[in-house]
Design a protein around this ligand. Structure first.
Ligand SMILES: C[S@@+](CC[C@H](N)C(=O)[O-])C[C@H]1O[C@@H](n2cnc3c(N)ncnc32)[C@H](O)[C@@H]1O
Length: 288
């Protein structure tokens, strides 16, 4: 453990505040790498002459910040971790940084099924494992199946699962969407996916912090953004139980097209659900 005077720490924060807008990223860095949360920082201000413990030496912390500012590297990749819902997930740039809007998927799922229901759910394209792990921890009777095309992503998801809760019930599989789940054909009550859905023209205009660091296979959804979603929906009837639900995250303007696709493949009770910014971010349907 290292030490820093609160005066030095606050002067550094003040300098950055004067020149940059991403101050929340700085607080996240100090929390994730330094071990001082934002709320603890505000308490320190009251007693600003003391020394406080820091998990990393101050020079290294400054270097990490420069890594972020010089290369536009997302702070979560600089730190190798991020918070999502109540948990801290380990990340590398083999996996997408889990987004705050995706947290709502967990609430949507738990409005459909109760924690005491004995169900099988699938998280297709699990990435860091954030959705599957949160659902399985919060609903101890649910059995989770999590897939991803990327073996490195599966390694991270398994590591997160072991660290956050090895008790909860999830099996991880590497493969193309439903393909690794053939043993579970017709047995799945609930499938969830936050698939790559960014259309080509939007993808090409994304900022360097995304294009240069986040995996293309986690974001790019083909010409219209729907290529993976079409595949997930068309294979869903083989894997879902009758009465089972599919929850998809999508781009702001895709929900209507997704509902048409779902209808075509036998889904009913179709619904678009807005995220907290009022965007039709989720589309859900029940299989028959
Ligand atoms: C948008 S990310 C979502 C990650 C995580 N579920 C989340 O919400 O943060 C999409 C994920 O789908 C995975 N993926 C892409 N193509 C796939 C495929 N054909 N089959 C399975 N997973 C795929 C990517 O590797 C990536 O981890």
């Amino acid at each position: 453990m290292y030490e820093i005077s609160t005066k030095d720490l606050f002067l550094w924060i003040k300098d950055i505040k004067n020149t940059r807008k991403d101050i929340e990223d700085l607080y996240l860095l100090i929390d994730l790498l330094g071990g001082i949360s934002k709320s603890d920082l505000f308490l320190l201000r009251i007693n600003s002459e003391e020394k406080v413990p820091l998990k990393i030496d101050f020079q290294s912390l400054k270097q990490k910040w420069n890594d972020h500012t010089i290369h536009c590297k997302p702070i979560q990749y600089v730190c190798g971790s991020s918070y999502w819902r109540n948990f801290k997930f380990e990340l590398t740039n083999d996996v997408l940084i889990p987004r705050v809007e995706t947290e709502q998927i967990v609430e949507i799922a738990t409005k459909i099924y109760a924690p005491e229901d004995k169900i099988i759910f699938a998280d297709l394209g699990t990435g860091s494992g954030s959705i599957a792990i949160s659902l399985a921890i919060e609903n101890s009777n649910w059995k989770g199946l999590a897939t991803d095309i990327d073996m490195n992503a599966i390694h991270i998801a398994k590591k997160n699962h072991k660290k956050i809760s090895s008790e909860s019930n999830i099996n991880f599989f590497c493969g193309d969407w439903w393909q690794p789940l053939t043993h579970y054909a017709g047995m799945i009550n609930l499938a969830i996916s936050n698939p790559p859905y960014i259309p080509k023209n939007v993808y090409e205009g994304l900022p360097p912090s995304v294009i240069d660091f986040e995996p293309k296979k986690a974001l790019y959804g083909g010409e219209d953004g729907l290529s993976h979603i079409k595949q997930i929906i068309s294979d869903a009837p083989k894997f879902l139980l009758e009465g089972g639900w599919l929850i998809l995250e999508n781009h702001f303007d895709q929900s209507k097209k997704i509902k048409n696709l779902l209808r075509e493949y036998g889904f009913v009770s179709l619904k678009t659900i807005n995220d907290s910014f009022g965007i039709g971010r989720f589309t859900i349907g029940r299989y028959k």
